[in-house]
Design a protein around this ligand. Structure first.
Ligand SMILES: Cc1cc2nc3c(=O)[nH]c(=O)nc-3n(C[C@H](O)[C@H](O)[C@H](O)COP(=O)(O)O)c2cc1C
Length: 362
């Protein structure tokens, strides 16, 4: 069972939604990287549930406990191990569905594969596992920032509401101003309404998140199987509820002519640049030096309180289910820091693979 991701910047995660803690071990992080608990906490706070009525009301402090790999405020080059305790677990909420499969969730496939059903909050398939990804991502981000690279995720669609896409600096400024992580303030208001409406009807809603990486050098990515876009797609698709990944123009390429979408080259101050960036900053699996642009489609949260038809596996009979517990009516805002983390992990890993950075940060 693979709980490990990455080649040189290697991330192993563990933990279940209602277990004692969730955690991560990061191997291959260069030594000498300044790293404080606050760097990790800041990123975890972005992911934390219970911050508004738009997310699950589970109240977690998500305080990281650093067990190894950091000394005198810097990474040592040894495995970094960090845990976060699960403090606000209400496993009783899940008693009713102990033997009942939630449509759209991982209950059926986990039970089929392992024969064990950890019904408490979704077990390992819960969004709670993404705490570990965000911890690793916060460390990858520090490596990127030291190299002038930034990664930002923002919500561009929720249900029927689509956002205008401002420039990078405006996106960074605006996303903190609303609970939906949308850079278009007008659309953000409508998105909030869309989520509340769905929630009030006992339903949930999906959407689209865009992730932009600015400042990555040209040359990241390996030919053929470890292409940068292939690794990004795997990283992003491994997040629960993500059902599609686009790089650059993505599915919009389908009805275009090459003459309209090829990114033409020109020379600027002795450097080669492209006039457009339909390729999303990647050609032949290798970064061009332009912005790396990915989009993910996020499905509506499976756990809804509307009545649904399903099966009780203890009696092997069909049944209606009405799901209780605290759930995100829309996963998009909470997935932003997770998607930023996964992209940052991939970029940091490829910087090590390409030799852009080495095992010691000076
Ligand atoms: C950050 C995050 C939060 C999530 N919150 C919930 C939730 O509150 N309720 C729920 O049913 N699913 C939630 N999910 C989605 C499930 O984990 C996911 O749909 C499930 O594991 C099935 O996997 P699949 O949708 O990728 O097939 C969340 C996912 C993420 C990444």
């Amino acid at each position: 069972m693979s709980n490990t991701f990455g080649n040189l910047f290697k991330v192993t995660t563990w933990g279940e939604s209602h277990g004692y803690a969730v955690g991560v071990v990061i191997e291959g992080c260069p030594s000498g990287l300044p790293l404080a608990k606050e760097d990790i906490q800041d990123e975890l706070n972005k992911r934390r549930p219970g911050k508004s009525e738009l997310s699950s009301q589970r109240k977690e402090r998500d305080e990281p406990l650093i067990l190894s790999g950091i000394f005198d405020g810097k990474t040592t080059g040894m495995p970094i191990s960090i845990i976060v305790k699960n403090e606000d677990t209400v496993s009783e909420d899940y008693e009713d569905i102990k033997h009942i499969l939630r449509p759209g969730h991982a209950d059926y496939t986990y039970w089929k594969k392992y024969g064990v059903r950890d019904y408490r909050g979704g077990g390992r398939s819960s969004g709670r596992e993404t705490v570990s990804r965000v911890i690793a991502g916060s460390i990858a981000k520090k490596i990127l920032i030291k190299n002038g690279i930034e990664v930002v995720a923002h919500v561009i669609q929720i249900g029927r509401i689509k956002a205008r896409r401002p420039d990078f600096e405006e996106i960074k400024k605006n996303i903190e101003k609303n609970a939906v992580m949308c850079a278009d303030p007008d659309a953000a208001v409508l998105m909030e309404e869309e989520i509340i409406n769905a929630k009030n009807q006992g339903d949930s809603v999906g959407g689209v998140v865009e992730i932009i990486c600015r400042g990555a050098p040209a040359g990241l990515g390996e030919p053929v199987f470890d292409k940068l876009d292939a690794d990004l797609a795997k990283a992003l698709m491994s997040i629960g509820a993500v059902k599609g990944v686009e790089i650059g123009l993505g599915f919009e390429y389908k009805d275009k002519f090459g003459s309209k979408v090829n990114d033409e080259f020109f020379i600027k101050n002795g450097d080669i640049k492209t006039r457009s960036n339909n390729s999303g900053g990647i050609l032949g699996g290798i970064s061009t030096g332009e912005d790396i642009v990915c989009r993910i489609v996020v499905k509506p949260t499976p756990s809804i309180s509307k009545s649904q038809k399903t099966v009780d596996i203890s009696e092997m009979r069909e049944k209606e289910i009405v799901i209780k517990g605290r759930h995100d009516p829309c996963i998009c805002p909470r997935i932003c820091p997770v998607a930023e983390s996964m992209v940052s992990i991939v970029i940091a890993d490829h910087m090590l693979l390409s030799g852009v950075i080495n095992k010691k940060i000076s």
